[in-house]
Design a protein around this ligand. Structure first.
Ligand SMILES: [Zn+2]
Length: 511
């Protein structure tokens, strides 16, 4: 029977150039080694699993290699090989989480005084060094105040802010960054290939995202999924091990959401709960999907943690909704995340959050109204002012439609949109009047400033070329006072304003 060596150990980098995502760290150390500027104490800080102890061992090799100190340890000599195996007498690794008492440090001080057994340096690698006691830090400080020439300490820690300032000031501090998702994905793919098993691109994305920049965690998750999947590792195998819903379920809830079908969306939530899975996990996957759609809306080749077979459908969805709406949906979804996280009954919270998201077509209309934009897709047709000639039902022959069409033909789409939102367009003798009362000031201003262009378009459309922008709103103004008071005290309106952080701009009565 052969014993299985976990991937993280098996693929632990043995050379600086094999290290993933820590270029700054590697370059700093190599430069220091090349110029023989060797510190007595290093503090490696950063998240777990980003390569701190791996680099500590590489540094120990670089210091004690037969050819060293060198930026390129050979990996072949006895010191290099022993350090790789963790059996060197001169490179001692200790874990402060378990050896944190004063005795260990006292012992350490004695060992530090003794010359190296064989190699150039005595290297002490102290993992989780922030967990040392106050006394232990005191003893360490004493060594660092007058360090023996042959001693190098490498302190590794996930919590740099827990170190006493006196220790920090005596260390060369090196910060390790989280490894970018794409680099983790690439490394996973490379390892899978060398190990000879199949790993889909979406599955690699899922693993990398779930482990948030920790390569070690990513590899141990991959170990688990591989053991579970017995063969090819795909999205659903990763989802199963992580307790996430299968992709089909995420897709089902997305379809319901896209179609504004609240009942269908809630059905999916209920089915998940009945299947014994965490509704919060489903919600998290929905957030991930929205994020993926936003990425796809802006870059159709963006990598996403979903099966390649569904890519085209997701791309189409992203293109249909567009970035502005997806940004708003994602913002709304993230708000829901807090709600879900703090809820006593996550199932209910997820139902509320999903329900709210599914109502997006309605919310979008309200939002557009609040922003003073012409509501989409149907333009608002308000009661014409006293002087305006009423337009009959928005048919193609109305002055508005003709003007809009001419503007579109000229490529003035923005202006065409503004004309669509005016209250009415009327013909008074030889003058074309745009009744703009009720439009936001910015919209009125841009119409005023575009009179020449409007005039050209009007002539093009066979309308009077003398264009006037009328900003009065006699009837509407009076109406608005009463309306505004009514609207301002309305509970529903107040809620909508609260959700979107909006304010009441103008109030109009619809016929
Ligand atoms: Zn060597």
């Amino acid at each position: 029977m052969t014993s299985y060596q976990v991937l993280a150990r098996r693929w632990r980098p043995q050379r600086f150039e094999d290290l993933v995502g820590q270029e700054v760290v590697v370059r700093t150390l190599r430069n220091a080694l090349a110029s023989r500027q060797i510190a007595h104490a290093y503090l490696f800080s950063g998240l777990r699993g980003v390569g701190k102890t791996t680099v500590a061992r590489l540094l120990a090799k670089a210091l004690n290699c037969d050819k060293g100190p060198t930026p390129e340890p050979c990996g072949e000599c006895i010191p290099c090989q022993e350090i790789a195996l963790g059996s060197s007498m001169d490179v001692l690794e200790m874990d402060a989480a378990s050896n944190r008492g004063i005795d260990d440090v006292r012992e350490l001080r004695e060992v530090a005084r003794v010359l190296p057994v064989r190699d150039r340096y005595r290297v002490f690698i102290v993992d989780e060094a922030h967990q040392l006691t106050k006394d232990a830090f005191g003893a360490l400080l004493k060594i660092l105040e007058e360090p023996p020439a042959h001693v190098v300490f490498i302190l590794a820690s996930t919590e740099k802010d827990k170190f006493p300032a006196t220790i920090l000031s005596r260390c060369l501090q090196i910060d390790f960054r989280p490894i970018p998702t794409e680099l983790v994905v690439a490394r996973l793919a490379q390892i899978a290939e060398k190990e000879g098993f199949q790993l889909t691109a979406g599955a690699a994305q899922l693993v990398a995202r779930a482990t948030e920049g920790s390569l070690r965690d990513a590899l141990s998750l991959l170990d688990r999924v591989r053991a579970f999947a017995e063969g090819a590792v795909d999205e659903n195998a990763v989802a199963e091990v992580l307790g996430l819903p299968p992709f089909e379920t995420v897709l089902a809830i997305w379809k319901a959401l896209e179609g504004g079908d609240v009942a269908a969306a809630l059905r999916v939530v209920r089915t998940e709960e009945q299947a014994g899975r965490e509704p919060a996990a489903l919600y998290e996957q929905l957030v991930q999907l929205l994020h993926a759609l936003l990425l796809l809306a802006n870059d159709s080749s963006a990598p996403v943690p979903f099966p390649a077979g569904h890519r085209a459908a997701l791309q189409a969805s992203a293109a249909k909704l567009g970035s502005p709406l997806l940004v708003r949906l994602l913002a709304l979804a993230l708000e829901g995340k807090n709600l879900v996280a703090s809820a006593e009954r996550p199932g209910v919270a997820v139902a509320v959050a999903v329900g709210r998201l599914t109502l997006w077509p309605r919310l979008q209309r309200v939002e557009a109204l609040l922003a003073g934009e012409p509501p989409l897709p149907t333009p608002a047709v308000s009661a014409p002012t006293d002087t305006a000639v009423p337009e009959s039902g928005g048919g193609p022959a109305t002055p508005t439609a003709r003007l809009v069409e001419a503007l579109e033909a000229m490529g003035a789409h923005l202006l065409a949109g503004r004309v669509r939102s005016v209250r009415a367009v009327s013909i008074t003798g030889e003058t074309l009047v745009l009744h703009c009362g009720g439009l936001p000031p910015t919209a009125r201003k841009s119409l005023r400033e575009a009179v020449e262009q409007l005039s050209a378009a009007a002539r093009q459309a066979g309308l009077p070329g003398d264009v006037r922008v009328d900003e009065d709103r006699p009837a509407a103004e009076k109406q608005e006072q009463g309306l505004r008071a009514r609207v301002e005290t309305d509970e529903g309106v107040r809620r909508v304003l609260e959700v979107f952080g909006g304010r009441l701009d103008s109030v109009e009565e619809k016929p």
